[in-house]
Design a protein around this ligand. Structure first.
Ligand SMILES: Nc1ncnc2c1ncn2[C@@H]1O[C@H](COP(=O)(O)OP(=O)(O)O)[C@@H](O)[C@H]1O
Ligand SMILES: [Mg+2]
Length: 236
């Protein structure tokens, strides 16, 4: 479904992604692991067209998408949930959610309502707080809102950046549970960036470990969980 081949991205003169090659098949949960600063977020931003890549290719469902505009990429069915969550603090929970439908240009009003009901089904706390300002939510609730909003456009592929950052373990487990359910019931395809490798491996099918802008190792979660190299590189 998603294919990156020899992707190279620079920030000015800094050569950040030095030839990333990876695949995500439909229905898979694939994690992108590695320590801080290795290029995980830059990979997602490159896929989304938020930073320009200078060399290599990105295909989504067989179509070349590298360096297309982010809004065009979103309209093709890729949803990007950034690590800083970007909740609109002055808008209500419901308004935040409805903003998530803006890239789904063909969605009717009743389909949007259906998506909202579905979001509330997976994240009941958001229903309870639907008229509250986004700024009044706890960190965990804001992350739930960010994820739920990212799903409102009914995406084919979700790019999720460090969803567990700064959250308490009990909230993390609740989120993992919901994400697993979403992947099973909604057949969600997910590319998950996570520094907490142990958690990411618990919920993924396959993974890639980055180091200095390159894929250092890849494989099934079983292979990665048992790999000494992964333990070292991800601090497992
Ligand atoms: N906007 C930017 N301008 C310049 N350098 C950046 C920018 N964003 C990230 N970097 C640098 O690129 C490298 C990779 O960053 P990033 O992809 O955010 O890493 P990760 O998500 O794996 O922690 C880091 O060295 C970071 O300092
Ligand atoms: Mg990052």
């Amino acid at each position: 479904m998603l294919e990156l081949r020899d992707l190279n991205t620079f920030y000015g003169k800094s050569h950040i992604l030095q030839g990333i090659t990876l695949d995500v098949q439909e229905g898979e949960i694939v994690c992108l692991l590695g320590r801080n600063g290795v290029g995980k977020s830059t990979t997602l931003k490159s896929i989304m067209g938020l930073v320009a890549s200078q060399k290599g290719t990105i295909h989504f469902q067989g179509r070349e998408i590298q360096n297309k505009r982010p809004d065009a990429i979103a309209c093709m069915g890729i949803s990007y949930i950034p690590e800083d969550r970007r909740i609109f603090t002055r808008l209500s929970v419901k308004e935040n959610l409805m903003i998530g439908t803006s890239s789904a240009v063909n969605m009717t009003k009743s389909q949007k309502e259906e998506m909202l009901e579905k979001a509330y089904m997976y994240f009941p706390i958001l229903k309870e707080k639907e008229s509250q300002g986004g700024g009044y939510l706890s960190g965990g609730q804001q992350q739930m809102l960010a994820i739920a909003r990212g799903l409102m456009c009914d995406p084919k592929l979700v790019l999720l950046d460090e969803p567990f950052e700064g959250l308490a373990p009990v909230v993390i487990w609740e989120l993992i549970d919901i994400i697993r359910k979403l992947c099973e019931s909604e057949k969600m395809t997910l590319l998950l960036v996570e520094q907490k490798a142990a958690l990411a491996l618990k919920m993924s099918d396959r993974g890639y470990v980055l180091e200095k802008g390159l894929v250092k190792c890849e494989g099934t979660v079983q292979f990665l969980s048992e790999s000494e190299e992964v333990r070292e590189r991800c601090g497992l």
